[in-house]
Design a protein around this ligand. Structure first.
Ligand SMILES: C[S@@+](CC[C@H](N)C(=O)[O-])C[C@H]1O[C@@H](n2cnc3c(N)ncnc32)[C@H](O)[C@@H]1O
Length: 761
């Protein structure tokens, strides 16, 4: 292991997106780049080409021994590096550590499930989970739209669309921002990003009838990829070693445990939680798993699943059943490291020192739950060997820990108590349940016994688990639940009324608030756009949303799934921090002659695939690779009235249509002149020109993927025309009015500005 830790970590990446797209890009990679790299030499040595990582199915995960700095900087690798960058930008490749790809596979997510990713930033696992929830949605929707009864298996309750939901959460403001940036590329309408402390993640309300008890969202799957000491990432971040001490884990253990317990609370009965860390320290791993199971009622309530069936080719070691817990004690600044086998031994050592060496200070972070569990009966025994440890030397990766927990029954959590003695009693005694120590903040000071309820939801970092039934507690309101959890006294305070005047903290948050306002079903703008594109009545009208307080369709219109809409609308006034949701579907197209266009809105690259199966108008087929090449390498090519456009079947079809946006449809077709996978792109038909509405980076990535163009030149006819006009204007100094308009081209100058905006988006 030490030898492996000292060596460089291989570069790894995975092909992402829908299965068919991922497989198609993988084929291009195999056919074009593997032979080229195999033929390379670097510093006189043959280069070892990328290899598929055997642990993962379908050859979708690859790694390469050559260091990424070498690939980035050295000429022989330039073409491969270009491919990696282009496909990463387009979202077809995700550069991710091999071990970090494991947890979503163990979660066994199926399309339509409701999933919570508790600590999600920067979002690499979120992307995997989204793909799994999405499943083969596109094929299903295509079939549903064609009323094809020979349906492939799956859920057709929403016309083939995935009914699942993914909530990706991170407590850190900046990292939540990174997460949003990452998930925007997924174009997944079933995803909500929140920013909460996962250990007090609020309960999400669902609509309920007036005479019914409040209903709350529970999850089929929860991923708790918790913050950890990160010693498993030392190959990637050698700096980890400089600060590492074996007792780092103690400072994280309590938070990890509270996150795991909150995750278990939020699960449906029968649901599963994967707990994972990139640490190899048992205090952050097996200790947390065992303590969480015990806190939730023991193995009869929470089963530690034998995960050997998941990724069977993954080389792994079983979880540990015994370990020692290190602590450092200080006398006059001198520290000594001690290793303890049991909490009892630690307590004895402390007592002895209190009598003999009163100046010796032991760590206040030591807790009973950091030690191996002690069970008196076989039924109470937690089979920690079912946990999975991946060590760096097993298959040349980083280190990782994964455990799969299944909620067998409704649970009650242990009472929050700050009495270590009682914890010890629990550990050694008969009940098999452990109680938590009172929480401490990160500086080691005791958390105040009460927390101001109106701040509780957002600012209380540490909490002790609630005394009451988890099921009741999940059924509490968000603020109510957090206030209770933050206040150790079981029943003393009534819940904070939601209508309480906002605190300062809330005012600040309110000013940064994102708005998610749904348009009414019969909104005239939506009706107009949908009829312009001939969208079938079956396509839902109530899922379009705007992000301004007033709920006006001014600039952009987003689309979300049904459940995302329900969650956002129902919890609007409940203090939840929703930071992102929705896929951009339409963007207003403000050009000079927009009043002459029936629907002055652009279809967006992001949302076009969701809408296209339901469209019956303004669909243009592109069947030739040459035509697509022209559309990709020229912005605003002319569409003269005499038909001499040179834009093949696309030009001919667009000539027959009124100005405005269209779907450009490209079907998958095998062979040299075919396309490796189907695509739908937005294209705008101007009175005298047309333009594919695809950002420059995506154009370049397509040119590389489909035509192996390394340095494509993209001609912008409008920019050229403007340059020429500027030159003429400068030459004719006497003229002070520059005629920028050209009826034929429909105000294209503004069009370019809009494209820039579109690219920034
Ligand atoms: C190991 S990283 C998660 C990596 C992520 N799952 C991925 O695959 O990209 C842990 C994350 O937990 C977040 N975090 C730390 N404390 C948290 C808390 N109390 N609640 C929620 N997130 C927290 C950190 O900001 C960090 O982004």
């Amino acid at each position: 292991m030490w030898k492996a830790l000292r060596s460089d970590l291989p570069n790894s990446f995975r092909f992402t997106g829908t299965k068919s797209d991922a497989l198609a890009v993988r084929e291009i990679f195999k056919q074009r780049y593997i032979p080229a790299i195999t033929a390379l030499e670097f510093e006189g040595q043959p280069v070892q080409p990328p290899q598929a990582v055997a642990a993962f199915p379908d050859e979708l995960v690859w790694d390469m021994k050559t260091h990424k700095k070498i690939i980035r900087r050295h000429k022989p690798f330039a073409e491969f590096q270009k491919f990696l960058v282009a496909e990463t930008t387009s979202g077809n490749i995700s550069r991710q550590e091999v071990v970090s790809m494991i947890p979503p596979h163990f979660l066994d997510v199926r399309p339509g499930m409701v999933v919570l990713d508790m600590c999600a930033a920067p979002g690499s696992k979120t992307a995997q989970l989204a793909e799994m929830i999405h499943g083969d949605e596109e094929e299903r929707v295509q079939k549903a739209a064609r009323n094809d009864t020979s349906a492939i298996e799956g859920d057709y309750s929403d016309d083939g669309r995935s009914t699942g939901l993914l909530i990706a959460n991170d407590s850190d403001y900046k990292r939540a921002g990174m997460l949003v940036h990452q998930v925007k590329r997924l174009n997944f309408p079933n995803l909500i990003v929140t920013q909460h402390d996962a250990s007090i993640f609020p309960s999400i309300e669902l609509p309920s009838a007036e005479d019914e008890k409040n209903q709350y969202l529970k999850f089929d799957r929860v991923l708790a990829d918790v913050p950890c000491s990160g010693d498993g990432t030392a190959r990637k971040n050698p700096n980890v070693w400089q600060k590492w001490t074996p007792k780092d884990a103690l400072g994280l253990h309590n938070l990890q445990l509270r996150i795991a317990c909150r995750g278990l609370q939020l699960l449906k009965k029968g649901g599963r939680l994967v707990y994972s860390t990139c640490s190899m320290n048992p205090v952050e791993n097996e200790a947390v798993v065992a303590a969480a199971i015990q806190a939730c009622g023991g193995p009869s309530k929470i089963r530690l699943v034998d995960a050997s069936g998941y990724l069977p080719n993954l080389k792994r070691k079983p979880g540990l059943n015994t370990w020692k817990v290190p602590d450092t004690s200080f006398v006059d600044g001198q520290k000594t490291i001690h290793l303890f086998n049991t909490w009892e031994k630690f307590q004895q050592a402390k007592e002895k020192c209190a009598a003999e060496e009163p100046n010796r200070n032991f760590s206040s972070k030591m807790s009973a739950s950091a030690f191996p569990p002690i069970s008196t009966t076989e039924d109470e025994r937690i089979p920690l060997e079912h946990c999975v440890r991946v060590y760096p030397h097993l298959q040349d990766t980083g280190g990782f820990f994964i455990a799969v927990l299944e909620k067998m029954d409704d649970i009650k959590t242990a009472k929050a108590k700050g009495d270590p003695a009682s914890t010890e009693q629990q550990q050694n005694g008969g009940s098999g349940k452990r109680k938590f120590e009172d929480a401490e903040d990160s500086k080691g000071s005791k958390r105040p016994k009460t927390a101001s309820p109106e701040f509780a939801n957002e600012t209380v970092e540490e909490m002790a688990l609630p005394a009451d039934s988890v099921e009741t507690q999940v059924a509490d309101s968000a603020l109510n639940a957090s206030a209770k959890e933050a206040d150790v006294r079981p029943t003393a305070n009534p819940p904070a009324p939601i209508s309480k005047p906002p605190s300062k903290v809330k005012e600040v948050q309110a000013s940064q608030k994102e708005y998610f306002e749904y348009l009414p079903k019969d909104d005239s703008t939506i009706s107009n756009i949908l009829s312009f594109f001939g969208i079938a009545e079956r396509f839902p009208r109530d899922r379009f949303m705007v992000k301004n307080k007033e709920g006006l369709s001014l600039n952009k219109i987003y689309y979300t799934s049904e459940l995302a809409r329900v969650v956002l609308q129902q919890n609007k006034e409940r203090g939840m921090k929703f930071v992102h949701c929705g896929v951009v579907m339409f963007v207003s197209h403000k050009i000079k002659d927009s009043d002459q266009i029936k629907a002055p809105w652009r279809l967006q690259f992001e949302g076009i695939k969701i809408l296209e199966p339901w469209a019956s108008k303004r669909i243009v087929q592109c069947t030739s690779k040459d035509t697509l090449y022209k559309l990709l390498t020229e912005m605003f090519p002319k569409l003269p009235k005499d038909g001499s456009h040179g834009l093949g079947e696309v030009g001919d079809a667009l000539m027959k249509l009124d100005p405005g946006c269209c779907f450009l449809k490209i079907e998958e077709k095998a062979g040299e002149d075919g396309f490796p996978f189907g695509m739908v792109l937005p294209i705008w038909r101007h009175p005298g020109s047309l333009n594919l509405m695809v950002a420059k980076d995506d154009r370049k990535a397509m040119l590389l993927r489909l035509y192996n163009e390394l340095e494509p030149v993209i001609k912008d006819h409008v920019a050229e025309k403007m340059r020429k006009e500027r030159d003429v204007a400068m030459a004719a100094e006497a003229r002070d009015v520059v005629d920028m308009g050209n009826d034929d081209e429909g105000g294209v100058q503004l069009e370019t500005e809009n494209m820039d905006v579109a690219m920034e988006e």
